[in-house]
Design a protein around this ligand. Sequence first.
Ligand code: SF4
Length: 431
Amino acid sequence: MTITASVDLTIRDITTGATTGDTCSPELATAPWTFDARPPGYGPGASLGDVIPTGSPRQGALPEVYRTADAAELDRRIREAKQALGDRLVILGHFYQRDEVVQYADYVGDSFQLANAAKARSEAEAIVFCGVHFMAETADLLSAPDQAVILPNLAAGCSMADMADIDQVEECWEQLTELYGTEPDADGRVPVIPVTYMNSSAALKGFCGRNGGIVCTSSNARTVLEWAFERGQRVLFFPDQHLGRNTAKAMGVPVEAMPLWNPHRALGGNDEQSLEESRVILWHGFCSVHRRFTVDQIDRARAAHPGVRVIVHPECPMPVVDAADESGSTDVIAKAIAAAPSGSTFAIGTEINLVQRLAAQYPQHTIFCLDDVICPCSTMYRIHPGYLAWVLDELVAGRVVNRITVGDDVAVPARVALERMLAARPPVPAM
Ligand code: SF4
């Protein structure tokens, strides 16, 4: 894939005054290794204000040769390493990754598509995942044991995934079990089914596997909730409150029956009655990228572009999803644009790298991001060609660095939760 649009260059032009526009943080023009040595943080970008949990993986110092190399030198190193490694290597690039990295990817897609792509390339000894930590874990869960999954920068976590850790979820489960008991109702439905979004640690997927729960993606969240309601009286949904709320609301679950669980308060900050009457208990997590989108931005887009089609990701807050024409996963957004008649205008509510790439890919349409401030996913932004060149050069030298592995104690139940998701099917429509 060749570079088609570059958020990096846009940010650099803004910060040097070469072009007009706004970026959420001028530090985005700074190399990401500058932040590796600082106290744990996600770095500049949309999750700049989020708190990184203690114990999150830290990236060691990137060797100087990669920090000082210019773009042409890094490009030469990456291409030569790719050629030397041949079929022994597969590089995966997430939709939200910067173009300077995505150009080297063998596959580009969302996290689940990429994990499946890794599975399909069984001859590859090394899977270099240019995404974030939970994605590399999922690739490790789905790939063969002798395949090494590598995350070029260990600091590339996901602030949303990090908003629910296993200790907090276990504590929540204990409180819910005490309140509801474990006995099924007359229809055989247990009191609560845990559902985790794909954007969560392997530990949480394992938790769901151990406790009768399941994983969902933004594409199949409704199907998965239907699966869960067939088996449970209610759902505990984590970590993204917005995906849970938007999906359940579209299924007819009243918003009042969806209390928010704050892990720092007893009973999540709820009283027993509201938990008894709940249908979906929503974890207090969110994506800082998608939380930036507002109804006001939609109103302005409609005023400036009459006839504009507004599509937002379901990780956006409920009022934004309600005000949009459609909501859907990155795949849904890309397919809607591909299928539209030439000359269509789209305002998109998702990460800027994907939106700018789609705009470059479909010049016959007008495509712009709802948020006119350039603010990429800061955790995805921690991957830079310098880290990619480093991990590839190490592979050529016979060394595996930054390997992500999930131990069997977690991997076995996590795969159970993933398999339940793959087996869940939408109910057959009534004739
Ligand atoms: S866009 Fe949001 S959910 Fe996706 S990796 Fe970034 S912080 Fe996590």
